[in-house]
Design a protein around this ligand. Structure first.
Ligand SMILES: *Cc1c(COP(=O)(O)O)cnc(C)c1O
Length: 376
């Protein structure tokens, strides 16, 4: 059994993916082909934003977003400590200071009460300028935007939405990638919408931001490529990756997102009597980048992982270390807050296989073995 079965997805979508790739090879437009325009249009339409710009990967998408809102030295950017390294790394790469904030135990996302406390602490205890909140839609669930937006307005902060894992999720029908002043996603193969290599995208409703994003992504171009008006990056999605993503987006829209939710519901129904299962607040929908259980202890987690491995069932720990415990951030002096929820989660979470092509038999087997492993 695979943790995320990309081969099954490929065999389901093979004809359209193969013929789309063949078209790119025939036309020879490997950078900026018509597939890129078509994909950008469809991404913006799906997410309900005015603009979408594709780029090289989800980390670059964050970098482009932070550069566009002019984050720099002396700026504080608030970020959940329970996330993938790139969320914090992009802030540091732009020379701003990441302020790590604790997360909610059941949704895994940034805790709005602790966020507000972190903002006032930065105002009163540091000489940093609070600039933006970099939210993360972890494991596919949108962060608590109704509360986060109130806080952002109260303190005059911008929101960058890191929806690398959140593509397809929603709150009351409004889609992930539409909540931030700028939002980003990743098409890394294992994400809810993945390509066959690296890829990413940036979303916004703000035309001025969109123009800056386009410029930063292509060497700070002005009116054309050889007119360079600012220092930028080289960050583009390949036409071949767009050709792969078009039929994948279609399948995602038609059935994969529904399948992910059906599988998650089956997991929850079978596992909730035995484990702490993910909490999806009312009105929220997850795209289930991961299905993550909270176990009683690290020892129990190790035991269950070993039992499942012996039965051929893969499991993963996302994430074994919160950002403030990473070596790269060792000795970092702006851990103002209590980050114990994230620390507890890191010691006790475990993710189980999740992709839209899991069969009923596989779901049954995974749940059965999980419950047995907990008992033994
Ligand atoms: C995967 C991921 C990224 C980075 O995306 P890449 O395409 O791998 O650069 C950023 N943030 C989060 C939360 C992620 O999961």
């Amino acid at each position: 059994m695979e943790f995320i079965d990309l081969k099954k997805q490929y065999s389901a979508l093979k004809d359209s993916i193969d013929s789309n790739i063949a078209t790119v090879l025939r036309n020879g437009n490997f950078i900026g082909g018509s597939e890129i325009n078509e994909l950008s249009k469809q991404l913006a339409t799906y997410c309900g934003t005015s603009y979408a710009l594709t780029c090289a990967n989800g980390t670059d998408a964050l970098t482009l977003a932070l550069r566009t809102i002019e984050v720099g030295e002396k700026d504080a950017v608030f970020v959940p400590t329970f996330t993938f390294f790139a969320s914090a790394e992009a802030i540091s790469l732009e020379k701003a200071t990441p302020i790590f904030v604790d997360v909610d135990f059941r949704t895994f996302n940034i805790d709005p009460i602790k966020l507000e406390k972190a903002i006032t602490d930065v105002q009163t205890k540091t000489d940093l300028n609070p600039k933006a909140i970099l939210t993360v839609d972890l494991f596919g669930l949108p962060a608590n935007y109704p509360e986060i937006k109130k806080i952002a307005n109260r303190y005059g902060l911008l929101i960058i939405e890191d929806s690398a894992q959140g593509f397809g999720g929603s709150i009351n029908g409004k889609k992930a990638c539409s909540f931030g002043d700028i939002a980003t996603t990743s098409f890394f193969p294992a994400k809810p919408l993945g390509c066959y290599g690296d890829g990413g995208a940036v979303f916004t409703d703000n035309e001025a931001y969109y123009q800056l994003l386009q410029s930063y992504a292509v060497h700070g171009k002005g009116s054309y490529k050889y007119d360079n008006v600012r220092i930028g990056y080289n960050s583009r999605l390949d036409s071949i990756q767009a050709a792969v993503l078009l039929p994948k987006l279609e399948a995602f829209r038609q059935h994969e997102l529904k399948d992910r939710n059906r599988i998650a519901a089956a997991y929850t129904q079978k596992l909730a009597p035995h484990f702490v299962t993910p909490l999806i607040p009312d009105g929220f929908e997850s795209s289930w980048a991961q299905y993550t259980l909270i176990l009683d202890s690290t020892e129990q987690r190790t035991h269950i992982q070993e039992r499942l491995k012996a039965k051929g069932i893969p499991t993963m720990v996302y994430y074994p270390n919160p950002m403030h415990k990473q070596t790269a951030y060792a000795g970092y002096h702006f851990n103002l807050e209590d980050l114990t929820v994230a620390e507890t989660l890191s010691s006790r979470v475990m993710s189980i296989p999740m992709h839209p092509y899991l069969t009923d038999e596989e779901i049954e087997l995974i749940c059965h073995e999980l419950i047995e492993a907990k008992r033994s």
